[in-house]
Design a binder for this molecule. Structure first.
Ligand code: ADP
Length: 478
């Protein structure tokens, strides 16, 4: 019966498919059952057993050869099954543990089976009976390897096995009590107990199996998670590398930008200077069409100078090379002066302007030149984007901050454009229609400069066509 059950085991063990059907169990069980019957009830396999001194001598009947052949065939079938299972695992990377388990079972059973067959079949065949007892004991090797595989490699679940052994022993014990009860009353009582233990035993085993399968699922999920984490870590390092590369490229771009703009600035200054001299008549009087052309050259140069300066500012800011010379100055006066300087442009556009300030002290410490640049830029924008109406500047103190408000009655800004306005190269559609000259860099530079002073700059507008107010907030305490 050992060969038979071992064959069942080889079919079931680690195999993904359910190979052990009821018909197979019956088919494989028939020959061993018949052979067992023949051994017990006839002398055609075991003919005679007698003692000679200490040794038990066995003589065999004529079917013994057939019996041995069947035994060999059964064990050969077992190893064929193991081999087939091994083949399906061989190249699967996720079956490493299963391969190890198979290895232990293979070595353990092979040693037991080979020694068992030699001691119990081969040697007795040649008349040596001295070691027949050794064969069954050798199953210890199989047990040893299996126990090791259970503990070290989770071959079978130890908890399930322990529960099953416990439940089966309990059933056996209660069954014995029932069978050997002396009175009918005892028998009924123990019978009831047996039914109850069978019921709860089944529940217990099922519960443990369920718990184990859940734990296996959790373990599989944890493994997946670990894998995902590893992938994430790899993605992160790749991203960090890409980021470094981008920073490098960004630096290169900034260096190029600053180099190129510097190179452009000197010829521009020369062109602008000569155009100005020409306009002032230093090279003689010009006829009107020439004068107009030179005026356009001068204007275009002026615009180009602004753009080049913005690019230079940006490359300085992004390379961290922007220098701030902090001095004490009057913010109110600075605003008023800047507005007055730009008044000719305002009037040329046919716009009105007004200035108001609270009667307070507006002394503040910062880079006067940069703050003037920002205020000038905002007034310039108001001139650019206000077709008619006017511009007003108000200076006040609010919550320990100096607040400069530059309002106009211009084209206004849509709500959805406001959040992007202070980003690099950001221009609204309306601005593009209204004024083609513009880079979308002025507000970005303004924001960087004000933030370097720990201040804030923002815009409020009721929408398209409804004017805008730009605010600069400078903290009195930094
Ligand atoms: P530029 O004026 O060169 O386009 P800026 O950074 O100075 O660049 O301004 C960005 C955009 O903000 C402008 O293109 C325009 O769409 C909008 N904007 C700035 N000031 C005003 C204003 N006073 N009224 C309406 N829109 C404005």
């Amino acid at each position: 019966m050992m060969a038979n059950t071992f064959l069942f085991f080889s079919l079931e063990f680690l195999s993904n498919k359910k190979l052990l059907s009821l018909s197979r169990v019956l088919l494989y069980s028939v020959p061993p059952i018949i052979l067992t019957g023949i051994i017990v009830f006839s002398n055609t396999i075991i003919n005679q057993v007698f003692l000679m001194g200490d040794t038990r001598i066995v003589t065999f009947g004529y079917i013994y050869y057939f019996y041995s052949l069947i035994m060999f065939i059964y064990f050969a079938l077992c190893y064929k099954n193991f081999y087939l299972t091994y083949k399906t695992f061989k190249n699967a990377t996720d079956k490493r543990v299963e391969r190890i388990q198979l290895y232990y079972v293979f070595v353990g059973t092979s040693l037991s089976v080979i020694i068992g067959l030699i001691c119990d079949i081969v040697l007795p065949f040649f008349g040596y009976f001295t070691f027949y007892w050794f064969g069954p004991i050798m199953t210890i090797i199989f047990v040893g390897f299996t126990v090791f595989a259970i503990i070290k490699h989770h071959l079978f679940n130890a908890k399930v096995i322990a529960t099953e052994i416990f439940v089966l022993s309990l059933w056996g014990f209660v069954l014995m009590r029932t069978l050997f009860s002396e009175t009918l009353q005892d028998q009924l009582l123990n019978g009831g107990l047996l039914v109850t233990t069978i019921f709860f035993g089944v529940l217990l085993i099922r519960g443990v199996l369920k718990e184990v399968s859940q734990r296996e699922k959790i373990e599989a999920l944890a493994k997946d998670l670990e894998k995902a984490n590893k992938n994430l870590a790899k993605v992160n390092t790749d991203l960090a590398k890409a980021n470094d590369r981008l920073k490098e490229l960004d630096n290169l771009k900034n260096e190029f930008l600053s180099f190129a703009t510097h190179q452009i600035r000197s010829p521009l200054t020369a062109i602008k200077g000569y155009a100005s001299l020409l306009l002032e008549g230093d090279f003689g009087e010009m006829i009107d069409p020439v004068k107009n052309a030179v005026h356009t050259i001068f204007q275009s140069c002026q615009n180009l100078v602004i753009i080049v300066n913005e690019f230079l500012d940006i490359s300085r800011i992004e390379q961290g090379r922007m220098k701030y010379d902090m001095i004490d100055f009057d913010v109110k006066k600075l605003c008023e002066d800047t507005l007055n300087e730009l008044k000719p442009n305002i009037e040329k556009q046919g716009l009105t302007s007004s200035f108001s300030a609270e009667d307070k002290n507006f002394m503040w410490n910062g880079d006067q030149g940069k703050i003037k640049q920002v205020i000038g830029n905002l007034i310039d924008n108001s001139i650019k984007y206000t077709p008619h109406g006017g511009i007003s500047i108000k200076v006040s103190i609010k919550d320990k901050n100096i607040l400069i408000a530059i309002s106009d009655t211009g084209i206004g800004i849509n709500k959805e454009d406001i959040p992007k306005l202070f980003e690099k190269f950001s221009r609204t559609k309306e601005a593009n229609k209204q004024n083609v000259i513009g880079t979308g860099l002025g507000l970005y530079v303004a924001k960087q400069m004000i933030e370097a002073h720990k201040g804030r700059v923002w815009v409020e507008s009721k929408g398209s066509g409804l004017g805008s107010t730009f605010y600069i907030e400078l903290p009195l305490k930094k």
